[in-house]
Design a protein around this ligand. Sequence first.
Ligand code: AKG
Ligand code: FE2
Length: 506
Amino acid sequence: MAPGILDATHVACAETRPSKKVKLSEAADVLTDEVDDVATAVPSHPLDIKPAGNAYTASENIKAHSGSFARLPDELLNHVFESFDADSLVRLGSTCRFLYAFTRLDELWRALFVSSPPDNFQWRSTWRSTYLGTAEERATFFSCKHLFSDVLYRPFQCANLTLEPFVTNVPSQNAIQRLQNLTREEYSEKWTGKPFILTAPVKEWPVYGKWTPEYLLKKYPDVEFRAEAVDWPMSKYIDYMTNSRDESPLYVFDRAFVEKTGITTDRDAPDAAYWSPDCFGEDLFGVLGEYRPDCRWMILGPKRSGSTFHKDPNATNAWNAVLTGCKYWLMFPSSSALPPPPGVILSDDQSEITSPLSIAEYLLTFHSLARSTPGCREGICYAGEILHVPSGWFHLVLNLEDSLALTQNFVPRKRLPDVLGFLQDQRDQVSGFKEDICDQAYEIFVERLGEKHPDVLKEGLAELEKKARKGRGKWEELTKADEEQAEGGFSFGFGFGDGDEDEETP
Ligand SMILES: O=C(O)CCC(=O)C(=O)O
Ligand SMILES: [Fe+2]
């Protein structure tokens, strides 16, 4: 969103109101209702900061008498402060209201915390108070009433965004299909390349109904779990989760949760806590044994946390089972013939995804375009349900409530050519394997699969070769005239991490 321009539907403050065409006689009522709705939806900024656009009609602006720092563009000033240490920020913040507001931006303190976490900290509602160890009752709040800045206002706006309009009224052609049951055969025949929500199997797991954030807190208060760049005991994370106001909340994504909690996941064991639903069949990465890349995670986060657009590693498929809460999914197929989803930027060689926006910013800026883009799929996965992510699909996931989920990545037989192609052709993007074998993942997988399932490997390699030939044929056809004129030869590679499409262009 351009600085200073706010989408009135999602923003509230005294000066920005939703516009709606109404008869004059109804205007007063509607306005009162809207102001009420909006006021309940978005509280005012704790420091009374307003969006930059509001400066145009304001009678006073504290920037006008805040010294040299205030002459810098807000983005630049914030960027400069990112290199300041805590002491400098505290001192500077005590000089005037303008600098007080800029040095209070909690993202600055989150970065300081992550780069040098204090020992034995206690979560105290904000990163600043937590980092400085300030008791909540001693935290000061000065009004910065005549300060207008999107850099300061936008994180607050995003952290208070009303999510409902973005996740309801899903156009019927976008709706992710819900299935009650699915056999192995049906999955293999029809569904390995499509998203769907299974509405039954998780309810059979012993962890369902038992594992909740409260249970984890009670059972594992001192066990450390990975939340992005930090490892926190569950008790601290739950404190944070229930009492923080981050725009993009820290998200537990722990790949060692089975070992840490001591649960059993072997389907046939009498004390199995959960297992991969039968319909997904055999996972061919199972042949890798000790070389198997990371494949399962426990995911925990508050409302508004989630995952920005990405594709899952190594062209694997995945399932994501919600134990508590619910998740909104926004998904797109990918292929080298298709552009990436709106707002997603790919590196020049199409390999890396840069999705610079937070989820809330993405929703504000690109959601309506995404929703009307062909191929878009959307849906909400509720507790007890499981969502299937096909190999190579882009997905963005948003927790609509505090949510606990388990996810597992796997290789179904039908997608073996995608995985073989990815491991072979996109070696620099192979991930999750032990570091020293990342560049040999293809060879090790082929060797192990050949030992255990030679026929499956043969079929997978033949399919891969077929795809390559098909792609080459198409390309040659398309470029025949050019080639005839070309002086020398040229070469190109094929990628096969791209979902259902058979046609590949370089
Ligand atoms: O639950 C989520 O945030 C989505 C997780 C996900 O996309 C993943 O594990 O790859
Ligand atoms: Fe994912």
